[in-house]
Design a protein around this ligand. Sequence first.
Ligand code: DQA
Length: 155
Amino acid sequence: MVVSAKSQNKTPKPFIRIIHGPNLNLLGQREPETYGYQTLDEVNHLLTMRGETLGLTVAFFQSNHEGELIDAIQQSIQDTEGLIINPAGLTHTSVALGDAMAVYPHPSVEVHLSNIYAREVFRHHSYVSSHVTGVLCGLGAQGYSMALNFLAEKI
Ligand code: DQA
């Protein structure tokens, strides 16, 4: 279930959602040489703190299911002012996720932990990139933090 911003955001701080796609729940144990040794909870905790420093309220959503990710994007149209998304494997296959992002009206950043352009050719294409404000990849979990910095300035 996507947690509504209204129930979380009791202050007027800008509300940002970070959406993690399939298999990112396994961060830390999944190919750590490629995706890092931090768990998703650890990454999200650091991003919550970074958000506080930047004056942002940050919520998180992870799903292994394409439709749930689309629902989270659609809800974000209603309740956020900025979005960060790592669509994971669906980056390279999902027209529908790209279509959902095409409707998102606020600044948005696509983040990949690994440098998808230094990997297999099938990872070089993203159905999402043309529908976001910018893309960060290959910077590990720091990419999310840099995306938050960008959103804090932009919003
Ligand atoms: C990823 C890159 C994708 O190609 C891959 O399928 C993932 C993670 C990344 O963060 O580097 O699951 O999005």
